[in-house]
Design a binder for this molecule. Structure first.
Ligand code: FAD
Length: 482
């Protein structure tokens, strides 16, 4: 008789994982170090405490975050059920009363006969005599230093990161590519980069706008965050008018369409496996999101840019998952050890809970003696594992769920005859808002079909109605949502 599954960390991922296992008859020991040992951001001893915003993002069934919620509800997610019970009005987003939410998750798990809650820090991963245990590490972005050291021992120190310097990501369809050109520096690597050239005047205007932009104040425990080599663009701008031109905007090794070296360049690197989104190389930032949009739209070709994610720099412990995890979230070199939540390189409350749910499903299938199949990459749940296992390990960065993580649709849905041209929509050449909505509907419909087929093959009941409403939901803009 196999023993319990040991889960370290009772946050969003650990709590969801514990619930999925327990409700399928698998005993769980859940270790949570709070309230005995606090983190720099948590304030209570509750499980699944939300440390910052109270929003679990969009609840629109055609938005990737809304789709993920519906997929999780199909498997009776504790996190989503608690969120719905503790919901507060927030437009198209699912936001919660954070105390009510965490109290519901805590009470459910504390009362479950198959869950043993141990309020203690775990400091070792494969301690003597524990190698035959199923272990899920879900210690989050603020993993305790002892556990971080244990992870470094298991994976190698170069595969664990403590800060996340996130560059903005832009929708390819929203760019005016007539102002951009494909080229790699010194011609190395073919045409891997899309480049936005700036002449002296545009560069000066961009620099002035950067200096004037409002920035976020870091949390106290994040003060030491800036290290050279990873400075925010506005900080570089403050060091002198030409600093950016010798840094992320350097034009060396590039020739514009006119055959001359531009004054400065913004380089865009393909972000998803399909060329639908681009990362602004080296453009991590602490500017407020509205300010980022305003300033970055000054870059030639970016006048209508739609951002999937804005730049950030924050404290975040996460591993280089493409180097270490398999599609079942198992550490390749130690397959009884799984990683869940933000530490894998997914980003956000919802996504973290989703990875815990997936691991709960896989482990419960294993405990029934069945061989699980990975969740299809075309589902929101499966797209997260796809990001973690198929991304280029050299450029791996955490991601929220979004359709850029999904495999491309076999056939693009038909575009409307005329672009709506509404500000904030896909705009430029993307077929406008209606076109973007059609694509979302197609992604959601395909996900629904694939998830239902997967669940049937695994013999797992899938609750709830159709995953995506057939009609296009109104009022859902592209880009980032709360
Ligand atoms: C300052 C800050 C602000 C954030 N703001 C947002 C936001 O607004 N929206 C959003 O979606 N996401 C936000 N995030 C990311 C957010 O933390 C994650 O989305 C989510 O909480 C991650 O879930 P998790 O289960 O992986 O980790 P957590 O929810 O952090 O859970 C990890 C748990 O493990 C425990 N733990 C750690 N080490 C050990 C150990 N060795 N032994 C036992 N227990 C341990 C911790 O006490 C914690 O309870 C923020 C993160 C930080 C740090």
């Amino acid at each position: 008789m196999p023993g319990p599954v040991y889960i370290v960390g009772g946050g969003l991922a650990g709590s969801e994982c514990a619930y999925q296992l327990a409700r399928r008859g698998v005993p769980v020991v859940l270790h949570e170090m709070r309230p005995r040992l606090p983190t720099p951001a948590h304030k209570t001893g509750n499980l699944a405490e939300l440390v910052c915003s109270n929003s679990l993002r969009s609840d629109d069934p055609l938005h990737a975050a809304g789709l993920l919620k519906r997929e999780m509800e199909g498997f009776d997610s504790l996190v989503i059920a608690a969120a719905r019970a503790a919901a507060v009005p927030a437009g198209s987003a699912l936001a919660v009363d954070r105390e009510d939410f965490a109290a519901r998750v805590t009470a459910t798990l504390a009362a479950h006969p198959l869950v043993e809650l141990r309020r203690e820090e775990v400091t070792e991963i494969l301690a003597d005599g524990t190698a035959d245990r199923d272990l899920v590490i879900a210690t989050g972005p603020l993993t305790s230093p002892a556990m971080a050291a244990a992870l470094q021992g298991l994976l190698g120190s170069e595969y664990l990161y403590f800060y996340d310097a996130i560059a903005p990501i832009v929708e390819a369809d929203s760019l005016d590519t007539s102002q951009l050109f494909w080229q790699s520096r010194y011609g190395k690597g073919g045409d891997d980069y899309l480049n936005a050239p700036l002449d002296r005047e545009r560069y000066a205007a961009f620099h002035t706008a950067l200096l004037a932009a409002e920035v976020l104040t870091p949390h106290e425990f994040e003060q030491a965050v800036f290290f050279e080599g990873c400075l925010p663009i506005e900080e570089l701008a403050r060091r002198g008018v030409d600093t950016l031109r010798y840094g992320p905007m350097k034009p060396v090794g590039l020739r514009g369409p006119d055959g001359r070296r531009p004054w400065a360049v913004v380089q865009l690197r393909q972000e998803t496996l399909a060329k639908r989104q681009f990362n602004l190389v080296g453009f991590q930032s602490r500017m407020k999101w509205g300010e980022q949009q305003r300033v970055l739209r000054l870059i030639p070709g970016f006048e209508q840019a739609v951002f999937v994610r804005f730049g950030q720099i924050h404290r975040n412990t996460f591993i280089n998952s493409p180097s270490h995890l398999d599609p079942f979230y198992r550490v390749r070199s130690a397959p009884r050890v799984r990683l869940a939540g933000q530490i894998t390189g997914v980003e956000g409350y919802l996504e973290s809970a989703a990875t815990g749910l997936a691991i709960g499903l896989y482990l419960s299938l294993e405990r029934q003696g069945r061989e699980a199949e990975p969740l299809p990459a075309a589902t929101a749940l499966g797209s997260l594992a796809r990001h973690l296992t198929e991304s280029d390990p050299r450029h791996f960065q955490p991601a929220n769920v979004n359709y850029g993580l999904f495999p491309e649709l076999a056939e693009r849905p038909p575009r409307p005859l005329r672009s709506s041209g509404e500000g904030g929509g896909a705009g430029h050449g993307g077929g406008g808002r209606q076109g973007a909505q059609g694509r979302r509907a197609a992604f959601a419909a395909r996900a629904g079909e694939e998830l239902a087929a997967w669940a049937a093959r695994q013999g797992i009941p899938l609750h709830g109605g159709p995953l995506a409403a057939p009609e296009v939901a109104a009022g859902t803009g592209a880009g980032i949502e709360a």
